[in-house]
Design a binder for this molecule. Structure first.
Ligand SMILES: NC(=O)c1ccc[n+]([C@@H]2O[C@H](COP(=O)([O-])OP(=O)(O)OC[C@H]3O[C@@H](n4cnc5c(N)ncnc54)[C@H](OP(=O)(O)O)[C@@H]3O)[C@@H](O)[C@H]2O)c1
Length: 272
């Protein structure tokens, strides 16, 4: 998405190696993109599912979206009206890689100068009994769902401050508060994200940055194709991804008139 500027990136990389809490370097807002006359949202996990649906809905509302994922949101872009395409930019990034995350936010700062909303949505999950949960699966799940959200939040804060405040939306899960057989790693990661989000809300409120923790039940997305043995989870009974995305749009658009601090979205049938 951005013109490559290796010299700057490598200088940043060296600085980050030497100093963990390096604030993002100040940039003139005057060079912000012409798109950013309104609000700018960064969404992780934008290539498909809830992140992709949310990006599409926000762009329809005229909110510029920078979407982060390891693969591009090709399906969403294909059906997108060309007049709106310019409002959605894609950044390839693995949220588990703190340097890659820092680079993304550095480049967002260069281009837009600030952000108004961060949605920590990237997530993975797989049904496994505890004894068949490999160390790799455990680490991948925790590193994506929890540590990735920490990396993105930390990198986003200077840009939210530049906007004078903003909203962080954490997409956790009902599994954070309700035991679900076979989802121990996933549940631990989402409970961690919920606790992280609650602590963050208290820490950031005085700085005019607010946090919304979203706890969805089952949504019919590709998540279930990568979730291992999810037999018994009937996709026809799950929430539609567009419905869930539209509720998040309401949360984002109502802010800062209203801060929705925590929200649980469930299919009418319950947990399934
Ligand atoms: N679907 C449900 O029933 C449900 C219920 C409760 C909560 N949630 C949560 O909602 C969020 C979205 O889920 P979904 O249903 O939309 O799942 P999905 O269709 O599988 O999409 C997951 C997204 O996360 C991205 N992602 C995964 N690992 C990543 C990484 N290391 N770095 C960057 N991006 C990464 C994926 O992109 P790439 O693979 O291209 O990187 C993809 O865009 C997740 O946090 C999930 O845990 C889902």
């Amino acid at each position: 998405m951005f013109a490559t500027n290796f010299e700057r990136f490598y200088r940043l990389r060296e600085l980050l190696r030497g100093k963990e809490d390096l604030p993002m370097s100040p940039r003139a807002i005057s060079n912000a993109s012409k798109l950013s006359s309104g609000r700018i949202a960064v969404i992780t996990g934008v290539s498909r599912g809830l992140g992709c649906a949310l990006a599409v809905e926000l762009v329809q509302k005229g909110i510029a979206v920078v979407g982060v994922a390891r693969t591009p949101p090709e399906k969403a872009l294909a059906g997108f009206p060309s007049s709106r395409k310019a409002l959605l930019e894609y950044c390839q990034c693995d949220v588990r890689d703190s340097l890659a995350v820092s680079e993304v936010f550095y480049r967002i700062e260069e281009k837009f100068g600030k952000i108004d909303v961060l949605v920590n949505n990237a997530g993975v999950g797989e049904f496994r009994s505890v004894d068949s949960t490999t160390e790799d699966l455990w680490r991948r799940t925790l590193e994506t769902n929890l540590t990735g959200a920490f990396f993105c939040t930390r990198a986003a804060l200077p840009l939210l401050r530049k906007a004078g405040g903003g909203l962080i939306v954490n997409v956790t899960s009902v599994a954070a508060v309700q035991g679900i057989k076979g989802l121990s790693a996933y549940s631990a990661s989402k409970a961690g994200l919920l606790a992280f989000g609650r602590a963050l809300a208290e820490e950031l409120r005085p700085h005019n940055i607010h946090v919304c923790n979203v706890l969805p039940g089952a949504i019919a997305t590709e998540f279930w194709e990568h979730a291992g043995d999810a037999s018994g989870w009937d996709r026809s009974k799950m929430m539609k991804v567009r419905d869930a995305a539209r509720i998040l749009v309401e949360v984002i658009c109502a802010y800062p008139r209203v801060v929705t601090e925590e929200i649980r979205l469930m299919p009418c049938i319950g947990l399934l």
